[in-house]
Design a binder for this molecule. Sequence first.
Ligand SMILES: NC(=O)C1=CN([C@@H]2O[C@H](COP(=O)(O)OP(=O)(O)OC[C@H]3O[C@@H](n4cnc5c(N)ncnc54)[C@H](OP(=O)(O)O)[C@@H]3O)[C@@H](O)[C@H]2O)C=CC1
Ligand SMILES: Nc1nc(=O)c2c([nH]1)NC[C@@H]1CN(c3ccc(C(=O)N[C@@H](CCC(=O)O)C(=O)O)cc3)C=[N+]21
Ligand SMILES: [Mg+2]
Length: 287
Amino acid sequence: MSAEIISGKELAAQTRLEVKEAAEKLAARGVIPGLAVILVGEDPASSSYVRGKEKACREAGIHSEVDRVSVQITEQELLKKIDKLNKNENIHGILVQLPLPEHISEDKIIETISPDKDVDGFHPINIGRMMIGKESFLPCTPFGIVHMLKSKNIKLEGSHAVIIGRSNIVGKPVGQLLLNENATVTYCHSRTRNMKEITRQADILIVAVGIENFLDSTFIKKDAVVIDVGINRNTEGKLVGDVNFTDVKEKASFLTPVPGGVGPMTITMLLYNTVNSAEKSLNRKQG
Ligand SMILES: NC(=O)C1=CN([C@@H]2O[C@H](COP(=O)(O)OP(=O)(O)OC[C@H]3O[C@@H](n4cnc5c(N)ncnc54)[C@H](OP(=O)(O)O)[C@@H]3O)[C@@H](O)[C@H]2O)C=CC1
Ligand SMILES: Nc1nc(=O)c2c([nH]1)NC[C@@H]1CN(c3ccc(C(=O)N[C@@H](CCC(=O)O)C(=O)O)cc3)C=[N+]21
Ligand SMILES: [Mg+2]
């Protein structure tokens, strides 16, 4: 039996309709949810993601504005832009596309975004709140992954989830969210010894490494759930994940594709967080 493919594209379409309805309700109360994106430089991949976000906002009834700035911008100038957006009442979400050029501190930028507008969920306050299980903006990729697993009624409680990757934006927070769902969580990374012995114990395996064909079926036990977060370009210029899809498909119980898997859900949760932020802001004003 070959794995059931979890279509992020389909789930995203469905979830975006719900987000759109929430945005319409807010519009009826006089508030259009607004997202501001800052894109530094002209990296083609980043530019393409940002175009994807603009289109998704348009379709969901969210106002979006993208500030495209030169790679030469100083840290000081960028901080000033964020400060202005923090004070702008029409903007409920602020996203600074990562990575940033070497001369700008990503930490400083992230910490300057108001935690109330941090729809990426990258601010230390939101990460801390997530860790202690309080309400916060959840990082979009991990949030999207949990949404995908739940949509298929995949049991999280008591399951062994193994994460390959420990970045602040994907690996670490996805493990934390799964722990909050009562999974047993193990992290693997570049210094992990005997990784296959660990990954073969996974009921749920999340692969967030950034290397084409990193994972084949010898890494998994039969009927494992495999989530491929990787976004890579192969030698033919095609978008591929970290997982050898055709090989793993024959052994896994569920598998996500690339493209059409985690990526569309990441954008969807960004829309969700933005509408949620607008709702919270309105409730703070109106009670
Ligand atoms: N679909 C989506 O929405 C998104 C996709 N992505 C994609 O996901 C992938 C990961 O992104 P991100 O987390 O930002 O990447 P990073 O490069 O920040 O992190 C990669 C992680 O993989 C680990 N790693 C690298 N090589 C190995 C190895 N040989 N064995 C085991 N672990 C290894 C690293 O370990 P160590 O810490 O020890 O260096 C690190 O923790 C990328 O392809 C990215 O494009 C990212 C964000 C969103
Ligand atoms: N501040 C910040 N927040 C982010 O969330 C953020 C970021 N910086 N920097 C880069 C990564 C990467 N990322 C993706 C989002 C959507 C797709 C996506 O929609 N992918 C489509 C394909 C898109 C295409 O064809 O290019 C898919 O997988 O089907 C991919 C990757 C968000 N990131
Ligand atoms: Mg990184």
